[in-house]
Design a binder for this molecule. Structure first.
Ligand SMILES: Nc1ncnc2c1ncn2[C@@H]1O[C@H](COP(=O)(O)OP(=O)(O)O)[C@@H](O)[C@H]1O
Ligand SMILES: Cc1cn([C@H]2C[C@H](O)[C@@H](COP(=O)(O)O)O2)c(=O)[nH]c1=O
Length: 268
């Protein structure tokens, strides 16, 4: 639901639900099942039964979303120069090398066999980022555990490349996590591109594993993003959405990032 038009090229889209109501009153459940190390970063509160990171209420978390090669890393690089912001880029290097194995490369070679393997590891590493203690008042992170599930797992499943049983196992894991652990997001910034633009940028970036990606794959990812964040008709949207059209050249993109600096950094 679009509730606000912004000067220039951006819009804010409100979520169907607000995460705030879910995350303000929470308590630690399943405490016994958790290691000492993890609990060191957590506190208990009063209801809803979720784990909460210490100091969570005072800080803001912005997730940067967009198709593959839409310019997310470039955007994060720009904001990383701002003081009081912690930038978490996607842990792609881990996805390309876990104990000497490359689940990202394996997935692109044989999605039906390796989709579950990659997505299990993506889910773990994204969760690790969401729950890691914040080192600055504002955190900007690349994608989220939500897009890993609502976009990439969904795409594998919908395209017939992920077996039903793999999808069911991943879905139950995901549902358990979001039910039991508070993963607050205050704003989603969506870099909206055409799949064609991403295809061009992807070829230019030339990541070895991604050489097999056809335009149709980027079109599917694009449509899932649009249904989730623009039409808001597929899955729960955990925060308001700021849309930044991102087909433009670098100079114009940097200008737009600057124009939107306050809207992005004042999220909360
Ligand atoms: N506005 C832009 N115009 C042209 N090329 C861009 C632009 N933004 C990023 N790029 C280039 O496109 C490629 C993908 O950008 P990147 O920031 O890595 O995207 P993402 O992190 O979303 O995958 C990189 O080679 C980057 O230098
Ligand atoms: C979150 C997520 C990502 N991937 C893949 C898609 C790309 O090949 C890389 C991420 O690179 P980007 O330039 O930052 O988009 O990882 C995936 O297959 N599954 C996922 O859940």
């Amino acid at each position: 639901m679009i509730v606000n038009s912004f000067k220039g090229l951006c819009r804010v889209v409100l979520p169907l639900y607000s995460h705030k109501s879910l995350s303000t009153n929470i308590l630690v459940r399943h405490r016994a099942a958790l290691g000492k190390h993890l609990l060191g970063h957590w506190r208990s509160s009063t209801s809803h039964g979720k784990l909460v990171r210490n100091g969570e209420g005072k800080k803001s978390v912005i997730c940067l979303e967009g198709n593959i090669a839409s310019g997310k890393t470039t955007c994060l690089e720009y904001f990383s120069k701002t003081s009081d912001i912690e930038v978490l880029t996607e842990p792609v290097s881990k996805w390309r090398n876990v104990q000497g194995c490359n689940p990202l490369g394996l997935m692109y070679q044989d999605p039906t066999r390796w989709g579950l393997t990659l997505q299990t590891y993506v889910q773990l590493t994204m969760l690790d980022q969401h729950v890691s203690p914040m080192t600055a008042p504002i955190r900007m992170m690349e994608r989220s555990i939500y897009s890993a599930k609502y976009i990439f797992v969904e795409n594998l499943y919908k395209s017939g490349k992920m077996p039903e049983v793999d999808f069911a196992v991943l879905s139950e894991w995901f549902e358990w996590i979001i039910k039991n652990i508070s993963l607050p997001v205050d704003l989603i910034v969506y870099l909206q591109t055409s799949p064609q633009t991403c295809h061009e940028r992807l070829k230019q970036r030339c990541r070895e594993e991604e050489k097999v990606i056809p335009l149709e794959y980027l079109e599917s990812i694009h449509n899932l993003y649009e249904d989730w964040l623009i039409h808001q008709k597929s899955f729960h949207v955990p925060a308001p959405v700021l849309v930044i059209p991102a087909d433009h050249d670098l100079k114009k993109m940097l200008h737009q990032f600057e124009e939107n600096r306050e809207k992005i950094l004042m999220a909360r």
